[in-house]
Design a binder for this molecule. Sequence first.
Ligand code: V47
Length: 376
Amino acid sequence: MGHYIRKYPGGISPRDPELRAVAHKIAIGHRLDRHDGLAVLASTDLIAVGRLADAVRRARHGLRAYYVYNQHLNYTNVCRNRCAFCAFARDRGQSGAFTLSPVQVEQRLVERLAEPITELHVVGGVNPGLDFDYYLDLIGLIKRLRPGATVKAFTAVEIDHLAAISGLGLEGTLAVLQEAGLAMMPGGGAEIMSPRVRDRLFPLKMGHERWLEVMRAAHGAGIVTNATMLYGHIETPAERVDHLLKLRELQDETGGFSAFIPLAFQPANTSLAGRRPTTAYDDLKTIALARLMLDNIAHVKAYWVMLGEALAQVALSFGADDLDGTIIEEKIGHMAGATSAPGLTRGQMRRLIERAGFEPVERDAFYRPVHAGEAA
Ligand code: V47
């Protein structure tokens, strides 16, 4: 039996030979390559794929499953990129366009000041109407009202824009933002690192080489970041695997990625409305693929906003070790038709984790455990 488990991590023998070869590689600690990634995606043996990913997840994290008490702040939805997959963005002056004034930002923060929030997730569109000082003031305001919380702000796409308007270059811009209080960056804007998909869905957005360059610079400055992949639109299996390989390559170089977050495409109210949303089968396989390929990124998030609470819970057994956070108000997924709750309480997050057989660990932005106290 012992030999059997060693031979097949997860304890079962995959029924297709390609996946059996992948299982062998994992058992002997070999890194998976492009061919292996494609074999995982092509396999219909979902349970065997899941058991492999679960074995890797348990070796890293045991039964721990993380969540964070966080707040999202979307400061503007005015965006010049107008990606076809996005339901959040608006043109300047278009109905539904918004940009929060400092007073409005303050209101959003003050109304939740009694809550033990440890992370502020701050992202917005690329809004040409805002000057660099707006961003510095935004971070300064958050730090003043929430000095103990981590400001996780601005995707690589926003940072690229800030480097252009500040005139300080990439490194200089990051240094000034850090000085103002930016401590971490979210992983958005990576989409799918494929020129083919970019030409069709987000031709105005910077290319993936620049996304990687911004992340490399952030890591070099000591800013930990996340990484995402938007899947379930027009990308091919090979484009998904190649995306993961590009992230793994940069991570080998910098070690600066903390978590990887696969984002399941939500089609409603986008230019791709009418396309079918992802299936649970595909979502679980993609989570598992990420856990198996990204041997150098510590955490894989099952982002409940896009997956729904029920599937995010199941994903904890398919390689994910983190459910992201309480959030309360999320716009990017929900404006695109996500049917998950607007937010979850700490008690709800803990129950989701416990009822899936895992041990909830409230963490801060850097995965340090936080004493959760009484469940809310
Ligand atoms: O970059 C946009 C994606 C991202 C849709 O780092 C969509 O901890 C699905 O990056 N359907 C922003 N996805 C969100 C993001 C994120 C979320 C949670 C945690 C972290 C983190 C990062 O959302 C965008 C884009 O790839 N997105 N539209 C859509 N219709």
